[in-house]
Write a protein that binds this ligand. Structure first.
Ligand code: SF4
Ligand code: SF4
Length: 497
């Protein structure tokens, strides 16, 4: 260890050290060595000896040419002037951060809170007797606001409750957007999130005609799915029926669309990593996105029955990744979205716009949620707090405000400030910070502070475990594992997951 490091033992960040040709970097003990990362989303695993030589400026093209060249290529060693390095890095960083500069791309329409199911982890449950349907006048005002976003490519997502219970309003939104989009020079993608219990042939045919992508929930094999998502009949059977039918129609009509599905992981799911993947493959999906359960809404009330520790979740996640690698080695193409996104950030340097893992996060400047009654929120999670009459994240109303009012509101500014990972005391020197993101709403619900306390935080421990699991594979001593995981850099990834 250098003198500098001994003095700053608790910090895991090294600022620019031109005298030693060392670029700014994050580091952490990792297995039997060190993991190094930097803001340009490069990473490298070094043995203890290599790390010491690196810090002591003892790696050069005479002593260890290969490692020296890799360290230059990955921007850990500077071999140009300080000014050139800073200007080149700034331009790379700007490209990686491109999604931050394009305006709000994701517009979520909550067309009703009514639902057909009673999922055990639901965050949106409300009084089923109170009618909560979006009205036509709300649609017109909301779509006008959507068109005010400076982003050229917009995604309109239909959410609920079960959105198909207010199908006429979905049609009205689609048709109004189709009229206005060409006038404002916008390209539009539509996505419907639904549980298939209210799908019919007529509705599907309309959705197909209007190029609407479909995403559903699938928690795993029938017994597990039905336990998590109770319905009058088997909710799994509905998913099975429509998945088969839709995939068949896409194939028959040669439609280049993919049906997507998301599992929510409860305590009941932890025993079935292989079975969950096998169900996805059997139903024709080629990826899944493992989402940890957040202790909000009904999930919080029933945490003892359905929740788990960060360690339990990470063990499950590692089994999922191990199974996927096994399948990939057997020639089956299948990915997990979080791992794929991380690999794409680290290897392909894609400017991934996943709202929770960017800095600042997507609240208001990346996504906006329009509630059934016209209230506008920073994001869908902020909107869900509105159901329990906490309006902290409401940034306007479609009848009273413009897009600019909403994005310039004090609440939106506060969310941007609170989700800048570079300035968070616990995150600013974390080796995973170039890939991670802060969720102020999670912090608000768990810690009563938008800034949170990462060292004791459940979400942070889960994310740290997920990052560690993927970097373990990316830096594995087994070449075939490294090759398989690196190949995910070119897979298709659904950022809305
Ligand atoms: S949230 Fe946790 S894992 Fe993410 S950067 Fe902060 S400290 Fe690191
Ligand atoms: S506040 Fe949380 S849920 Fe909302 S956009 Fe930011 S990260 Fe996502």
């Amino acid at each position: 260890m250098s003198k500098h490091q001994k003095k700053n033992k608790s910090r895991n960040f090294l600022p620019l050290q031109p005298q030693n040709n060392i670029a700014p970097l994050f580091f952490s003990r990792f297995r039997d060595g060190y993991l190094l990362t930097n803001q340009l989303r490069d990473y490298i695993f070094l043995s203890v000896r290599e790390f010491q030589d690196f810090l002591d400026n003892k790696i050069d093209h005479h002593t260890n040419k290969d490692l020296y060249n890799i360290l230059i290529k990955k921007s850990f060693i500077i071999n140009s002037s300080e000014e050139t390095f800073i200007s080149e890095s700034a331009s790379k960083l700007r490209k990686l951060s491109a999604p931050l500069f394009i305006g709000t791309t994701l517009h979520i329409f909550v067309v009703t809170l009514q639902c057909t199911q009673k999922c055990i982890y639901c965050q949106a449950a409300q009084d089923p007797k109170k009618p909560t349907y979006m009205q036509s006048s709300t649609v017109n005002a909301a779509v006008d606001i959507v068109m005010q976003s400076p982003a050229m490519h917009l995604t309109i997502e239909f959410q609920g409750g079960e959105p198909l219970l207010n199908f006429p309003i979905i049609c009205k939104i689609i048709e109004r957007v189709e009229i206005l989009a060409p006038k404002f020079d916008k390209k539009i993608s539509f996505v419907l999130i639904n549980n298939f219990t209210a799908m019919t042939d007529e509705k599907f045919s309309y959705l197909l005609q209007h190029n609407v992508s479909i995403c559903t929930s699938l928690d795993g094999p029938k017994a597990l799915h039905d336990k998590n998502r109770p319905y009058l009949k088997s909710s799994f059977d509905e998913v099975l029926f429509w998945t088969k039918k839709i995939n068949h129609i896409y194939k028959e009509k040669n439609i280049q669309k993919k049906l997507n599905a998301l599992p929510t992981i409860t305590k009941h799911s932890l025993k079935y990593p292989d079975e969950i993947i096998d169900t996805y493959i059997k139903l024709g999906f080629d990826s899944l996105s493992v989402r940890y359960l957040s202790p909000f809404g009904r999930a919080q009330q029933d945490w003892l029955t359905i929740g788990y520790s960060a360690e339990e979740f990470i063990q499950f996640y590692q089994k999922i990744l191990a199974r996927i690698i096994e399948l990939n080695l057997d020639g089956v193409s299948f990915q997990e979205s979080f791992a794929t996104m991380l690999v794409q950030k680290a290897i392909a340097k894609k400017p991934i716009n996943f709202m929770e893992l960017r800095s600042p996060c997507g609240a208001a400047i990346g996504q906006i949620a329009y509630d059934w009654n016209g209230d506008i929120y920073t994001c869908d999670e902020g909107r869900m707090l509105g159901i329990v009459k906490d309006y902290s994240f409401r940034i306007g109303n479609v009848f009273e405000n413009t897009y600019t009012d909403c994005v310039n509101s004090n609440t939106s500014s506060m969310m941007v400030t609170a989700s800048c990972i570079e300035s968070h005391p616990d995150c600013s020197d974390c080796v995973y910070s170039p890939f991670c993101g802060i969720c102020p709403i999670y912090n608000y619900t768990q810690h009563k502070s938008l800034f949170g306390y990462m060292s004791s935080d459940y979400r942070c421990n889960i994310l740290k475990g997920m990052f560690t699991s993927v970097f373990n594979l990316l830096t594995s001593k087994e070449e075939h594992v490294r090759n398989i995981v690196s190949s995910w850099a070119s897979a298709q990834v659904n950022e809305s997951q």
